[in-house]
Design a protein around this ligand. Structure first.
Ligand code: FAD
Length: 438
């Protein structure tokens, strides 16, 4: 019997475990991968330094060394016609990293935690966690079960709790094809993002520097085939004929966090972290830092409540996540729905005319606020009906983003959860019908 079982040794699971390091609790982390492959994942490999600063302060996580590929200053976002680009930079900057080496470092820092690699979690039955290891099926138990299994969300998909959404709408998932190429990208200090609704419908194309290599990828909305689009995109590009170092497909949730990241069933506490809880940023799909922050918050709550586990006690993780990241993520989700509804022409126009100012973009992409640049003045000056629609939709979304952020800042206690959730859903219905999100 463990105090805590963590399913998945990705960034989210590892930081949950690291947070529990000196707690004296009996913790077990399970991962279906062999130990030497933990961390390996198809990814853009980029992480903002501010996430690592936070985790350094909270759990002493070190900065990238062996896994470091490049230090980056920021991101350049290009309009579909490539005539305009916005540069977003933070004071701290960020890194591109080798995810396998990063994952290996994370597991090497787990101290006394019992890591069971090569162990597939099959599901739950009452209080039993069913695992398959070395060809045998077994069961283990704990007081708290943490689902940090990424997109697999093996526990979330099986739990029967009125608080938890088992399934995620396919429209809320970005499906990607990514290749690391033996090619040195000329702009080593910036990650490039290319918006193009024809090529990467509902998503974007990325070209990220990794020293002598380049991480190139394309994300789209279901049911488009990202690999086909990827090969179409790279035609004629300088890296078209470069050697492929690593290639593969992947998926990331790009919606607001699931409505509750905790549940309590059969006297067993459940917590959901990272991609399993849809904690990645809905605009750019970055989820490494978010998963680790989720892991830290969950671990901190476990330490407080482990002697008397209840829904009310675990709820502190909901409150800590939802009032901050959760609120921003909900605002960004609405902005994502707006962006996906735009045509290339509208994006070109919006970026060229600075409907959102470059300096506000970072605030939007991280904070979930939409500051409209000259949109108001333009509405009065404009005749074209399409553009007026664009401006109206921008203003409508900006207001709804504020509204939903406020709802999340007032995240309820368990008693008020269902009423709160119906208000969130109503707001989504409204935004989907105005922006015609299909
Ligand atoms: C193409 C692509 C590009 C991305 N680019 C970026 C980027 O540049 N920057 C960024 O910050 N984020 C990026 N992301 C998102 C990021 O990869 C995820 O948000 C992040 O890895 C989530 O961490 P996690 O710990 O929740 O899950 P994961 O990293 O997915 O880890 C989950 C772990 O659980 C294990 N597991 C799964 N199922 C089971 C099971 N049944 N039993 C036992 N173990 C199990 C897996 O083996 C894995 O080790 C990208 C994602 C994709 C797909």
């Amino acid at each position: 019997m463990y105090d805590v079982i963590i399913v998945g040794a990705g960034p989210g699971g590892c930081i949950t475990a690291k947070t529990l390091e000196d707690s004296g609790l009996k913790v077990c982390v399970l991962d279906r991968k062999p130990k030497n492959l933990i961390g390996e994942k198809v990814c853009g490999d980029a992480i903002g330094k501010h996430h690592l600063d936070f985790l350094n302060r909270k759990v002493g996580l070190g900065y990238p060394e062996e896994e470091l590929k490049t230090k980056i200053r920021g991101v350049k976002i290009f309009s579909p016609d490539r005539k305009t680009f916005f540069t977003t930079e933070t004071r701290e900057g960020g890194y591109t990293i080798n995810r396998l080496l990063f994952g290996q470092r994370l597991i090497s820092e787990l101290g006394d935690v019992n890591l069971l690699a090569d162990t597939d979690v099959v599901g739950i039955k009452g209080r039993d966690v069913i695992i398959r290891r070395e060809g045998k099926v077994d069961k283990i138990q704990a007081g708290v079960l943490v689902d940090a299994s990424g997109m697999q969300a093996v526990i979330r998909r099986q739990i029967d709790s009125p608080y938890i959404e088992k399934d995620i709408d396919k429209r809320d998932i970005a499906i990607c094809h990514r290749e690391i190429r033996d090619y040195r990208f000329e702009d080593q200090e910036y990650c490039h993002i290319y918006l193009d609704q024809d090529m990467s419908s509902g998503g974007y194309i990325w070209v990220f520097p990794e020293g002598g290599h380049t991480n190139i990828g394309l994300g789209v909305k279901y049911p488009i085939n990202p690999k086909e689009r990827f090969y179409h995109y790279i035609k004629g590009k300088p890296f078209e004929d470069s050697k492929i170092i690593n290639a593969g497909g992947g998926a990331v949730p790009v919606r607001r966090t699931i409505d509750s990241v905790v549940a309590f069933q059969n006297s067993l506490g459940f917590m959901f972290i990272g991609d399993a809880a849809c904690q990645a940023n809905p605009i750019h799909g970055g989820g490494i830092g978010q998963a680790m922050t989720g892991g830290y918050l969950a671990g901190s709550v476990i330490k407080k409540v482990i002697d008397d586990i209840s829904l009310e006690g675990l709820w502190d993780y909901n409150l800590a996540w939802m009032k901050d990241y959760g609120s921003r993520s909900a605002g960004l989700d609405l902005f994502r729905i707006l962006l996906q509804s735009l045509t290339n022409k509208q994006i070109n126009f919006g970026m060229k005319n600075r409907l959102i100012r470059e300096e506000d973009l970072l605030k939007t992409s991280e904070g979930g606020n939409l500051e409209l640049g000259i949109a108001d003045k333009l509405t009065r000056a404009m005749k074209g009906i399409t553009r007026v629609n664009l401006l109206n939709n921008l203003r409508f979304t900006a207001n709804k983003m504020q509204e939903i952020k406020n709802l999340y800042r007032d995240y309820p206690s368990p008693d008020g959860f269902f009423e709160w959730r119906s208000r969130v859903r109503k707001l989504y219905q409204e935004i989907n019908s105005v922006l015609k999100n299909k």
